[in-house]
Design a protein around this ligand. Structure first.
Ligand code: GDG
Length: 457
């Protein structure tokens, strides 16, 4: 009998109100597979040694509990105050504490145990993201021989930056316990291979895979995508007007979790710069949806305050009685409304300083009317820019560069908008979320089971 697919991710959808790239991507992809999804329960609890089944879904779902302290030290601490800033080139925001690291290892060891008890010999395991770097290592210690794949949704760190970790050498050793390491882009793969190349314990095999001690692992890029057709149809869906009576004449859209990696302050400053030089009489808006995230972490409190200050400043400087230039919404907006907001926007601003892929860019392109599309202004530092080269590419550190791109986008002739959009749409279609998960799982299943080389030499 074919084995099941066991997905492990930090977040698990508990209802249909989804936000966050990973949850959206997996929910769309796995609704019709024989899959079991295991993730953290949204509420803390002390019953940590058991998995709880969550009912009411097309696939089996189990949740593990984290205690309040583990949420603090494992999730907000090591995962989001060490690994996240490290991978997003923000070494200055890394908050290294021994209790964070020990909680991270302890939680991973426990989840390895909990998952191991569920396993049947033919099951394959797919672990997601930076919360679970040592998960395969923990499972191998328990004797698990099943195939285990890993997908990192965020950028792979540069070799030199790994030195901020107290034991940088464990990063490579832990990853090498997975059979397949999936990354978003070719540049991520290059950085990962550079790490293995610099490690005396690693050896490259003729097929490009990496032999590390007695295991073999492959490193490949699988650019994540969206449910393109589904999103496009949601965007066309007629319904109540998105804005009601306050419909702006023309607007630019931004949609991001309020994270310092998304370059929001520079985006607002660039919009302000554009307003200084805009043609007379023009009253464009920047509609920014930025739901809160990780608000207990200091760096997120700081960026929230900074953004509110800039939004207030821009509005104070430019607003008129009948015009509010920045409409900043610090809440989550329903997905269907988001899709229609994208479709009516003249442009979309993605200004990430570092970003694994960026699904918003793909959603914006999918939502456009091909006969009169808007313009995607896209950071060179978002993974999506590696392939989507027909977007208006910008340097998010350069406010003038972003402001110029806004001016170009606002007046771009229809023929150029159509050409750029068609080229970008081809990329979105070619990397659809179901292609992404199918490709990853195909390669994971194809991989020869890791050979114990010590037997042969
Ligand atoms: C990580 C990586 C990678 C946002 N606000 C609302 C809302 N969203 C949805 C968007 C989009 C998703 O959340 C955000 O995805 P991104 O890819 O832009 O960014 P991250 O959350 O940082 O995701 C990223 C991704 O994982 C997948 O691998 O691309 O690089 O950082 O789908 O639409 N959805 C709704 N209301 C909101 O207010 N409904």
């Amino acid at each position: 009998m074919a084995g099941r697919l066991i997905i492990i991710s930090n977040r698990i959808p508990t209802n249909e109100h989804l936000s966050g790239g990973l949850v959206v991507a997996l929910h769309d992809a796995l609704a019709c597979t024989d899959a079991v999804w295991i993730g953290a329960h949204p509420d803390p609890g002390d019953n940590i040694e058991e998995l709880e089944e969550l009912i009411g879904s097309k696939y089996q779902k189990f949740a593990f509990r984290l205690t309040e302290e583990e949420i603090q030290n494992y999730y907000l601490g090591y995962a989001n105050s060490v690994i996240w800033p490290l991978c997003h080139r923000r070494g200055d925001l890394v908050d290294m504490r021994s209790e964070y690291q020990s909680a991270y290892l302890k939680v991973n060891a426990r989840i390895a145990r909990l998952v191991a008890t569920q396993l049947e010999p033919d099951d394959i395991i797919w672990a997601h993201d930076y919360h679970f770097l040592p998960l395969a290592a923990g499972m191998r210690e328990l004797g698990v021989k099943n195939r285990i794949g890993f997908f990192l949704h965020i950028p792979f760190p540069a070799l030199g930056d790994l030195s901020v970790l107290s034991k940088p050498e464990t990063f490579a050793a832990d990853l090498a316990q997975f059979d397949l390491i999936g990354l978003q882009t070719r540049s991520d793969v290059a950085r990962c291979l550079e790490m293995f190349r610099a490690d005396p314990r690693a050896e490259f095999l003729p097929d490009g895979s990496v032999k590390f001690n007695d295991r073999v692992t492959s490193v490949r890029s699988f650019p994540i995508g969206i449910d393109t057709a589904g999103f496009a149809s949601e965007a066309c869906h007629a319904g109540l007007p998105v804005f009601g009576r306050e419909t702006p004449e023309e607007y630019i859209i931004g949609v991001d979790r309020l994270d310092y990696s998304k370059g929001l302050p520079n985006r607002f400053r660039a919009f302000s710069k554009y307003l200084e030089t805009r043609p007379l009489g023009r009253k464009p808006c920047l509609v920014q949806i930025a739901p809160p995230t990780r608000q207990q972490v200091r760096a997120y409190q700081d960026i929230t305050r900074e953004l509110e200050e800039i939004a207030g400043h821009v509005n104070g400087t430019f607003a008129e009685l009948d015009w509010t230039p920045v409409r900043y919404i610090h809440r989550s907006v329903p997905r269907a409304r988001l899709a229609r907001l994208y479709r009516q926007a003249k442009a979309c601003l993605v200004t990430s300083l570092a970003d694994g892929m960026n699904l918003v860019a793909k959603e914006y392109i999918a939502a456009q009317n091909p006969d009169d599309p808007g313009v995607l202004i896209l950071s060179r530092f978002a993974g999506v820019a590696e392939d989507m080269t027909e977007a208006l590419l910008i340097n998010p550190y350069d406010i003038e560069d972003i402001a110029k791109a806004i001016a170009i986008a606002m007046d771009m002739p229809l023929s150029e908008r159509k050409e750029r959009h068609a080229a970008s749409l081809r990329i979105v279609e070619a990397t659809d979320v179901s292609t992404w998960s199918k490709n990853f799982l195909r390669v994971l299943k194809e991989r020869p089971i890791s050979v114990d080389f010590s037997r042969y030499f």
